[in-house]
Design a protein around this ligand. Structure first.
Ligand SMILES: *[C@@H]1O[C@H](CO)[C@@H](O)[C@H](O)[C@H]1NC(C)=O
Ligand SMILES: *[C@@H]1O[C@H](CO)[C@@H](O)[C@H](O)[C@H]1NC(C)=O
Ligand SMILES: *[C@@H]1O[C@H](CO)[C@@H](O)[C@H](O)[C@H]1NC(C)=O
Ligand SMILES: *[C@@H]1O[C@H](CO)[C@@H](O)[C@H](O)[C@H]1NC(C)=O
Ligand SMILES: *[C@@H]1O[C@H](CO)[C@@H](O)[C@H](O)[C@H]1NC(C)=O
Ligand SMILES: *[C@@H]1O[C@H](CO)[C@@H](O)[C@H](O)[C@H]1NC(C)=O
Ligand SMILES: *[C@@H]1O[C@H](CO)[C@@H](O)[C@H](O)[C@H]1NC(C)=O
Length: 397
């Protein structure tokens, strides 16, 4: 799931998916979709159902390893467009995407993976209903954590990078999933396509946004209407809220992307999805340069000036949930159709990445433009030598 209001979902009266009879029909070849839509939970999935452009419910294919809640992959009649539903949070995303990416049912070598979910949004960079497209996905909570009440007052946050002594120090213990970078040229094209969509808004969102107007203009982005924004996504199982954690993870994004990343969306899956796709890409089962990460904003990650964080997280009706879901379709449909229509001219062959794509280890080749470089990152992961020198690293191994 993304950072969204569970209560709003319940109010929508959503029902859990009932597994339907799986069928691959008489289709004997591998399923070779052009686009695979990645949804995280049912409301995001439903944004693509019962639309006039295509019918994703023409085939329901049960794939071993998928979530008990969402056991089926859905595909159109011609199998050109498919959809998987990861289930919410990092463990579900990693397991589901791994199961699909390594499934013998599919040939995904040319498939575009389109992550399309809702998210919390940083009011410094975007607003309710906006659709954000990421170049970096950062696993921001992959850190030490001490409750702030047990820290000396010199600490600005309880999050301390792994292997570091203080917040905002570069981690010396690298796990490999801290940062993923996707194809910036493909993002540019996807953003151009998405801008053809008319984004929805709601009266409640309009009213709520206005609270973010301040004389300093710090949250100007929050006060504007929904738009398409290029900025980056944070992944954390912990559904956080507030100024301090928002700033903490803004800083973490900057730190881990060496100053390039701009944190704007908070969600619970993308780095897990990307790690699974990275591993399948090293086996040439998928192509890591064919990934688009879109998150539409359903709520703010921190309160407006003068209100409280508990209010922001638990009680505020920001009115962003419905437009965020609607805008998955409003923006995303142009991306999907653009890929299908431009298949022969552009997308079959692929959009060449001009930036580094991949993880902090350089697993897919090339030199990451973030992190300490392949050799140091592998050394800091303990891949080259035992961690016996540092008691801190031994603790969790
Ligand atoms: C696929 O599953 C959906 C519900 O998840 C259902 O509405 C649809 O009819 C099913 N399609 C087929 C072909 O059985
Ligand atoms: C997968 O699909 C691509 C593109 O359609 C094709 O070139 C390739 O031969 C297929 N591979 C397998 C194993 O079916
Ligand atoms: C998570 O993925 C994003 C790309 O969507 C990347 O920018 C970020 O660095 C990744 N974070 C981690 C911790 O892997
Ligand atoms: C968006 O709205 C404009 C103006 O109302 C309209 O001309 C256009 O057709 C709409 N586009 C889509 C994709 O619905
Ligand atoms: C984020 O970084 C800025 C600039 O280094 C620093 O002033 C601020 O205290 C940091 N915020 C947190 C919560 O660590
Ligand atoms: C993947 O494809 C590349 C380029 O064609 C090739 O060099 C590499 O050996 C392949 N890897 C695997 C695991 O098949
Ligand atoms: C990123 O920042 C770290 C820590 O400051 C530094 O060691 C590393 O060389 C930088 N990497 C790149 C690619 O600039």
């Amino acid at each position: 799931m993304s950072f969204r209001k569970i209560a709003s979902w319940l109010l929508l009266g959503s029902t859990l998916a009932t597994a339907s009879v799986a069928t691959t029909g008489s289709h004997t070849d591998k399923i070779t979709p052009k686009v695979f839509i990645v949804s995280m939970f049912e409301p995001e999935a439903q944004a693509w159902w019962h639309i006039r452009e295509f019918d994703l419910l023409a085939h329901n294919i049960t794939v071993p390893g998928l979530s008990p809640l969402y056991p089926d992959v859905h595909c159109t009649e011609d199998y050109e467009i498919c959809q998987l539903i990861t289930g919410e949070s990092e463990i579900n995303a990693a397991t589901t995407v791994t199961s699909v990416a390594f499934s013998p049912l599919f040939n995904l070598t040319q498939t575009y993976f389109f992550i399309a979910g809702i998210a919390g949004v940083n009011p410094e960079r975007a607003t309710l209903g906006s659709a954000t497209f990421a170049r970096y996905a950062v696993q921001v909570a992959l850190q030490y954590e001490i409750d702030i009440r047990e820290l000396p007052s010199s600490y600005s946050t309880g999050y301390i990078p792994l292997g570091a002594d203080y917040p905002n120090q570069y981690p010396t213990n690298i796990y490999g999933t801290e940062v993923f970078e996707v194809n910036a040229e493909l993002r540019r094209i996807a953003v151009g396509l998405a801008r053809h969509g008319n984004l929805s808004d709601s009266a409640a969102a309009k009213a709520y946004r206005a609270h973010y107007a301040t004389p300093s203009g710090r949250y100007k982005a929050a006060t504007l209407g929904p738009s398409i924004v290029e900025c980056d996504v944070a992944t954390s199982d912990v559904y956080y809220s507030g100024d301090i954690l928002g700033n903490t993870f803004d800083n973490t994004t900057k730190l881990l992307t060496n100053g390039t990343g701009e944190y704007c969306a908070s969600a619970q899956e993308d780095n897990a999805t990307l790690e699974a796709l990275l591993r399948s890409s090293t086996r040439n089962l998928t192509d890591f340069s064919r990934i688009i990460v879109m998150r539409t904003a359903s709520d703010f990650d921190r309160p407006y000036p003068g209100s409280s964080t508990t209010y922001n997280l638990l009680y505020a009706d920001a009115g962003g949930f419905e437009p965020a879901l609607a805008n998955i379709y409003n923006a995303g449909i142009h991306v999907v159709q653009g890929i299908i229509k431009g298949w022969k001219t552009t997308f079959a062959e692929g959009v060449e990445a001009r930036n580094y794509v991949g993880d902090i280890f350089g697993t897919l080749g090339g030199q990451p433009d973030f992190g300490p470089g392949r050799t140091a990152a592998l050394a800091d992961s303990g891949a080259f030598k035992k961690r016996s020198l540092s008691p801190r690293l031994r603790r969790r191994s």
